[in-house]
Design a protein around this ligand. Structure first.
Ligand code: NAD
Length: 295
């Protein structure tokens, strides 16, 4: 049992904190949303009115925040948590942010003798609820080993990609591929339906053929094909278009810095950004289907 402080209880952080409670850890939570805090409190978590209060006495601090600016605001500067945490505290940031931001937080953590891991996740809200997330870590071997017992209570596959920032690089590569395959799957389904095919039948055919992929297996973008997928509940919840657009922006910035070419990733970024700008930013990212098949 560990004493854990969990900050950021949104679509992902809420169920992750819940799984830590179920595993018997002592968890104190904080979020800017009082409703999110209340939900975890009802499950047995301790609650706090500020992040500083939430981390008092914690051996491990986990954050699951929207983007880099939120992570910097929580950890850095004179008012940030790193300046207040005791030496040796294990800090795990599971938000998807730029590798440079993760490195910046890691460097300041090291100045305060605080252990830090970037540990973004894959697996979506379903994986967060089921405790089957994939964690993609960047940091030292020793800190990675120390985090294992905690990460195992929220995930199934746990990887170390390399030193600080590497977890974020691997995560950005994965999400760029995910955006490309979700857009491609939506495009193929729209073409089939234009030809009169049943989207469920076409999905099953492609799933069992060489076009088979994660979207077809667990996250079909066509409404009604897969009962549990966000597409079948008006694309509510899940992984928001604005977060996918953010991740594609991270991939784009990273490619520019490293003089890498990402033609498919750049196209995907434009598709998702266009879709976000048309009033869909707060829908699940599989709603990219609507760009191809407007109602
Ligand atoms: P979300 O918007 O649902 O949740 C973020 C939470 O952080 C909100 O509850 C918000 O109130 C809280 N928050 C923001 N600033 C805060 C602060 N300063 N202090 C305390 N709380 C604060 O986002 P999410 O879908 O849970 O995603 C979180 C991260 O995980 C993002 O970086 C996202 O890219 C990544 N991610 C999401 C998914 C997914 O399927 N949703 C999958 C993998 C990775």
């Amino acid at each position: 049992m560990a004493i854990i402080s969990f900050i950021g209880l949104g679509n992902m952080g809420g169920p992750m904190a819940s799984n830590l409670l179920k595993a018997g850890h002592q968890v104190t939570v904080f979020d800017l949303s009082a409703d999110a805090v209340s939900a975890l409190k009802a499950e047995g978590a301790g609650s706090a009115d500020t992040a500083h209060e939430a981390v008092k006495g914690a051996e491990c601090v986990i954050t699951m925040l929207p983007a880099g600016q939120h992570v910097e605001a929580v950890y850095l500067g004179a008012e940030g948590l790193l300046a207040a945490l005791p030496e040796g505290t294990l800090v795990i940031d599971s938000s998807t942010i730029a590798p440079e931001t993760a490195k910046k937080v890691a460097a300041q953590a090291s100045e305060h003798k605080i252990r830090f891991l970037d540990a973004p996740v894959s697996g979506g809200v379903g994986g967060a609820k089921a405790g089957t997330l994939t964690f993609i870590c960047g940091g030292s071997e020793a800190d990675y080993a120390a985090a294992q017992p905690i990460l195992q209570d929220m995930g199934k596959n746990i990887f170390r990609a390399g030193e600080h920032g590497s977890g974020q690089v691997a995560k950005i590569c994965n999400n760029m591929l995910l955006a490309i395959l979700m857009a491609g799957t939506s495009e193929a389904l729209a073409l089939g339906v234009k030809n009169g095919l049943d989207p469920a039948v076409l999905s099953e055919i492609m799933k069992q053929s060489s076009g088979g992929n994660w979207a077809l297996n667990v996250y079909n973008p066509w409404p009604g094909v897969m009962e549990a997928a966000p597409a079948s509940r008006n694309y509510e919840g899940g992984f928001l278009v604005k977060l996918m657009t953010k991740d594609l922006g991270l991939a784009f910035d990273n490619a520019v810095k490293n003089e890498a070419s990402i033609p498919m990733g750049s196209l995907a970024r434009n598709l998702f950004s266009l879709h976000a700008g048309q009033g869909n930013a707060d829908l699940d990212f599989s709603s990219i289907q609507r760009l191809y098949s407007p109602k």
